[in-house]
Design a protein around this ligand. Structure first.
Ligand code: FAD
Length: 432
């Protein structure tokens, strides 16, 4: 990156969720030549869960967790903060696959909840449930597909519409919604930082330590910006950045999603809004009213194979987010967004993930699209168990949902994604 080409996707900048936390302790970087039993590359929720599980299973082992920026700077700290423990955005899966998703996300949420409680992690944990909402008639009809999918896996939900929905959210903007009661809302950067700060003693964390090369073998050799490390086994939990290491280039691709976080609502603004004091709505635009009295607006999803979304998009995104907020809450016409950011999530052709052994000594868990907080958490934990030779029903679930089909080569991939995004935006044009 040069100063003439600043990027909104430059992950060296903290997302809004992180910027509202107290400053962190200085980063410790990997330097010199080192050796470890296990190395985990990437400290999002997947890598944090993997490192913790390795440490539990092998308390005498030296486990090193490497992160290119700070813990909480990746997608796991940049997202909208919905921990959804029902199948979400998987209406295209059959009932058997959705039952597997269900078991995994329930286990993922339980794991996060256990850590938050045991370690006393402060992350605005709010077990409020969430609404999947529709503005237009056509979109409301498509929510019925969500209900059929939830029925097929035996999940609890509630259909909400009319005045009941307006009373809940404080706006008459939405036509209908499906309420799933067990979703938890969090500040995701605080969650990640808390998980990182409370790792077992035999996990050494090195931040600001980008890995530039992974050479499979026995041992696996890893080159970092300022050092190198050899390890018996390496777990890659790097999200779509795995392609930058020359791996999985025909299996996964990066999608960029954008969000803004407001300043704190004043007392007058809170009173004018009505509705319950904190809630979360997903749909083609995602909205939250947070426990810390801020509004989050997430809209704008783009494909950039090179991970680059220029800084000049910030103004355009901010304009979209302000307009979307005011359409729903005209009484918040003076509310400014203090932070706007972009994050990368990892897509595959058919929404299935990558899990298992990639090469000699190298394992991977990634590809959790826009719903990775519980899926990434449980899959990271299961990858640690799998790499140690375990088998379980949950491991078979995650394996059954893995193995993406190969992507078409460029330029067909780019053209195909552009066409699908255009079609999605056209169908949901009244929803933003
Ligand atoms: C705007 C947005 C909103 C979203 N909303 C939600 C939501 O509400 N709920 C939900 O469940 N999911 C949501 N998601 C998706 C979710 O954030 C991801 O699926 C999930 O965080 C993936 O976790 P991960 O650990 O696999 O990846 P990441 O969190 O990206 O972690 C990978 C880590 O690897 C590091 N890394 C990569 N390459 C290297 C390298 N070479 N060397 C060292 N470190 C490296 C990265 O810096 C990063 O920290 C959203 C995503 C975005 C972008």
């Amino acid at each position: 990156m040069t100063s003439r080409d600043p990027l909104l996707t430059d992950m060296r900048h903290a997302p809004g969720w992180y910027a509202i936390l107290p400053p962190p302790a200085p980063a410790r970087r990997l330097e010199g030549r080192q050796a470890a039993d296990w190395v985990v590359i990437g400290a999002g929720v997947t890598g944090l869960a993997a490192a913790r599980r390795l440490a539990e299973l092998a308390p005498a082992a030296r486990i090193v967790l490497l992160e290119q920026y700070r813990i909480g700077y990746g997608a796991s700290g940049r997202n909208a903060g919905f921990i959804i423990d029902t199948p979400h955005l998987t209406e295209g899966f059959d009932a058997d696959a959705n039952r597997r998703v269900s078991r995994l996300v329930i286990a993922g949420l339980a794991e996060l909840e256990g850590q938050v409680r045991r370690q006393g992690i402060e992350c605005e944990w709010s077990p409020r449930g969430h609404l999947t909402a529709a503005v237009g008639r056509r979109r409301a009809a498509s929510l019925r597909a969500t209900c059929r999918m939830l029925d097929a896996v035996g999940e609890d939900y509630e259909w909400v519409e009319g005045q009941a929905l307006a009373d809940w959210t404080g706006t008459p903007h939405y036509r209908a919604a499906v309420f799933t009661p067990r979703t938890v809302l969090v500040n995701p950067a605080a969650l990640c930082r808390g998980l990182g700060d409370t790792l077992p003693g035999n996990v050494e964390v090195y931040e600001e330590s980008p890995v530039t090369r992974v050479e499979p073998g026995s041992p696996v050799r890893i080159e970092c910006a300022q050092g190198s490390i050899r390890a018996s086994r390496v777990l890659l939990t790097t999200n779509a950045f795995v392609t930058r290491l020359g791996l999985l280039r025909r299996e996964v691709f990066p999608m960029i999603a954008c969000a803004s976080l407001s300043r704190e609502l004043t007392e007058d603004e809170q009173a004018a809004m009505a509705g319950v004091p904190d809630w979360g709505i997903t749909g083609s635009a995602t909205l939250r009213r947070t426990r810390s009295k801020r509004m989050l607006f997430r809209l704008g999803t783009y494909y950039r194979g090179d991970f680059r979304l220029s800084e000049h998009w910030r103004r355009r995104l901010l304009g979209m987010h302000v307009a979307g907020l005011r359409r729903r809450f005209p009484m918040l016409d003076r509310l400014e967004f203090e932070h706007t950011w972009a994050g990368v999530f990892c897509m595959t052709r058919d929404w299935v993930s990558v899990f298992g052994r990639l090469e000699r000594g190298v394992f991977a868990s990634l590809g959790y699209a826009g719903v990775g907080l519980p899926r990434g958490t449980i899959s990271g934990r299961l990858l640690a168990e799998f790499a140690m030779g375990s088998d379980s029903e949950l491991i078979r679930d995650v394996q059954a949902l893995s193995g993406p089909r190969r992507l078409p080569p460029q330029p067909f991939l780019g053209l195909g994604i552009a066409a699908r995004l255009w079609w999605y935006r056209w169908r949901t044009r009244s929803e933003s």
